[in-house]
Design a protein around this ligand. Sequence first.
Ligand SMILES: NC(=O)c1ccc[n+]([C@@H]2O[C@H](COP(=O)([O-])OP(=O)(O)OC[C@H]3O[C@@H](n4cnc5c(N)ncnc54)[C@H](OP(=O)(O)O)[C@@H]3O)[C@@H](O)[C@H]2O)c1
Length: 241
Amino acid sequence: MARLAVVSGGGTGIGRATAGMLAGEGYDVIIVGRRPEVLDDAVKWIGPQASAVVADCSDPDQVPAVVDAVGGREVDVLFNNAGAFISGDDATLADLKARWHAAFDSNVTSAVLMTEALRPRLRRPGARLILVSSIAAQRGGGGPYSAAKAALHGLMFDLAAQFGPDGITANVIAPGYVTDSEFFDGRMTEEGHRRRVDANLIKRPGEPSDIAEAVRWLAGPGGTYVTGQIINVNGGSVLGR
Ligand SMILES: NC(=O)c1ccc[n+]([C@@H]2O[C@H](COP(=O)([O-])OP(=O)(O)OC[C@H]3O[C@@H](n4cnc5c(N)ncnc54)[C@H](OP(=O)(O)O)[C@@H]3O)[C@@H](O)[C@H]2O)c1
């Protein structure tokens, strides 16, 4: 039977490209997101090895639908990629609190719930757990988004320690600026794009496939002895640390 990957946020951008890469590697892929029509399009794009679950990964009542879709199979790759930049005017302290909570739910709670729900189903040994943070975690600039992404680093360190004895690796990929996704929808300007491209050493934006290639390596034989790491895929926007 084919290996199985679960990709949260697999309907668009980085998640969709990574799901496509994994299907190309022979995995069956379950993509998860909140919009059925987006997931349907992605399943068609990825191909017959893909199936979709409509679920909010930050909702404890919805995540069990992903476990149901996995059924009795073992999960070889869990790509906890769902997340978003939560905007808001922070007009009151209550607004500010709501935005911080929403940012943590979107970027951290989603990864925590997916990992815990699928913990018994991860292949032992051999499963790969990969979380997606951001250069914003390392250099700030995103308020609660930066803080939430940084929290994933601490979460990952714990997961790597917990899962290591089972032969399961846990790592974070921290992308830089990536286009061809919905992440900046309505928030990007030509000047903002140019500034981000100029700020990296390669002088081009990242593409979803750049992140998918890092997942290919971590999920493949080359990733067997790599755990507890933050893998920067950012064109040199933030130098290694
Ligand atoms: N693009 C960049 O420059 C960049 C840089 C650094 C890090 N990242 C990170 O990379 C990841 C992927 O982003 P992207 O650039 O590919 O943007 P994207 O196109 O907006 O992808 C995010 C995906 O996650 C899904 N999603 C969001 N919240 C969810 C939830 N609670 N439950 C289930 N699905 C959820 C979205 O679909 P629904 O809305 O339909 O649920 C969407 O398909 C994110 O974690 C983002 O923070 C992106």
